[in-house]
Design a protein around this ligand. Structure first.
Ligand SMILES: [Fe+2]
Ligand SMILES: [Fe+2]
Length: 493
């Protein structure tokens, strides 16, 4: 089907060919970002402003492109998610702020759904945005008022529906104080975005904003001191296209939490966090074709791959802001694949002990890589499987004492594990028990067995006992979330 480029005239949709999964999600994300900016700039400018008109044109192109392909556009809030034409929209790293903005703004105005029944033009989109922005917060009849105002202007192609409140959610949408979880999420996604930004700058030989990254690491350290489990939960998020940036951020969280247990002062923690964020910097010199190769690598490709710690060191040393980089960081990057018995890579001419940063990274890097699905290994290990494999190799590949500390951190049923309880319910491990004697009794969130039902999010502490001193619930075994169609990430966002 031909997609019309004209965006100023409304067009009737005659045929919808449908967007493929990834395009659907990408375009959906872009439209949410456009809505975010449109709502923001319409607060600053009147509807005749030139900058606004330009932005309206760009937004129309995207919205109408979507409508031409899908037939219509319906963006709906269900609890804390956005559904586009009844499909839950997974947000991209860049889209995070826009998703949050749209969710909070629409919720405050008690608007739950926006429907564009056919392609729209500049006049209609402007009327939509200005009418929406003008709605008073918390007024129940907002949806009706909105539809009436549109009808008065002769617009029938845009409708809104009131916000639906789901069981257990009452009052949730009242103006919320930013709690720690929200701060943690913001910092987490901002760090992923900034790692991407800085690595791109380094690759392009531009001035890299290493300081910005350092500030984010310092904020992460502060959060880890206050509430470690929220960030460790976020580190279970592994479903982004850009593996390296997400992976670096996860490795940084695991490493910082380990460093904190080792009693590192803040300054050392900052260095460790930065080392973790840069540990795979050398991979930016390797083509995506090799990095994402589904099959086994040939010898030349392996040589390239095994050289990435050294290339990382080289890149870091060439950084103009070398002042921000400490020798400990450089050695840490070099050492992260050496393995405890030096059987890894790069090969050393003279035997020496692996540096402390290197030994920490070996563990946190391996754990995150093993629990992440990759192109060449579509089904990742569950957190418990990964730990079991690492324990088998302890001493040879990993520093046994550090591994013990790491297990104390993520628990023997690591955060993000899906477990079967003795009452036949399933739970997701949210927090290890702080008492080492009860490591097998973490706090879990019970999940419903029905894959279609919304998660109930009931928290239980497995250390809780009944009147007779018996534990109320116990873990029977860990389960593979893929087999039960459970998206663990959803429980941490
Ligand atoms: Fe690496
Ligand atoms: Fe890595």
């Amino acid at each position: 089907m031909e997609v019309s480029e004209s965006t100023t005239q409304p067009q009737r949709v005659t045929q919808a060919s449908g967007l493929k999964g990834l395009d659907f999600s990408k375009l959906g994300n872009h439209i949410v970002m456009k809505f975010h900016i449109l709502m923001k700039i319409s607060r600053m400018y009147d509807s005749k402003n030139v900058a606004l008109s330009q932005f309206i044109q760009e937004s129309l192109k995207m919205i109408n492109n979507f409508i031409n392909k899908e037939g219509s556009f319906a963006l709906k809030i269900i609890r804390d998610d956005l559904y586009l034409n009844e499909q839950r929209l997974r947000y991209s790293v860049e889209g995070f702020t826009s998703f949050k903005y749209i969710l909070s703004q629409w919720k405050k105005k008690l608007i739950g759904e926006v429907i564009f029944k056919e392609a729209v033009d500049e006049r209609i989109l402007k009327a939509f945005i200005y009418t929406l922005v003008d709605l008073e917060e918390g007024r129940e009849e907002n949806a009706t008022l909105f539809n009436e105002k549109m009808a008065q202007q002769g617009i029938t192609s845009v409708d809104v529906n009131p916000l639906e409140v789901f069981e257990g959610e009452e009052g949730d949408f009242t103006i919320q104080k930013e709690d720690q979880r929200e701060v943690a999420k913001k910092i987490f996604f901002k760090t992923i975005g900034t790692v991407r930004e800085v690595i791109t700058q380094i690759k392009g030989n531009q001035h890299a904003d290493v300081r910005k990254l350092k500030r984010l690491v310092q904020k992460t350290i502060h959060l880890i001191m206050e509430d470690e489990s929220t960030l460790l939960g976020l580190a279970t998020i592994k479903n982004y296209d850009d593996y390296t940036f997400n992976h670096s951020c996860n490795v940084s969280i695991y490493s910082l939490a380990t460093g904190r247990r080792l009693g590192f002062p803040k300054e050392t923690l900052t260095e460790l966090g930065m080392t973790a964020l840069f540990h795979d910097l050398g991979k930016s010199k390797i083509s995506k074709k090799v990095l994402n190769k589904p099959g086994t690598l040939n010898q030349a490709e392996w040589v390239l791959m095994e050289n990435h710690p050294l290339m990382g060191v080289e890149t870091v040393l060439n950084l103009k802001q070398l002042g921000e980089i400490n020798p400990r960081m450089v050695i840490g990057i070099f050492d992260h694949h050496l393995r405890n018995n030096l059987s890894g890579y790069p090969k050393l001419f003279r035997k020496r002990k692996v540096s402390l940063f290197g030994r920490i990274l070996q563990i946190t890097d391996a754990y995150d890589a093993m629990t992440t699905p990759r192109i060449y290994k579509k089904v990742a290990y569950t957190p418990a499987e990964a730990l079991a494999i690492m324990l088998k190799d302890k001493g040879v590949y990993f520093d046994p004492i550090l591994l013990k500390i790491f297990i104390g951190l993520v628990g023997i049923y690591p955060i993000g594990s899906l477990v079967l309880l003795d009452n036949r319910e399933m739970g997701i491990v949210l927090k290890p028990n702080p008492d080492p004697q009860w490591m097998d009794r973490p706090t879990v969130m019970v999940v419903t067995r029905d894959e279609k039902a919304d998660p109930k999010k009931t928290l239980i502490d497995l250390a809780e006992t009944d009147g007779d001193g018996h534990f109320k619930w116990s873990i029977v075994k860990t389960l593979d979330p893929d087999r039960y169609y459970i998206d663990i990430t959803k429980y941490f966002i």
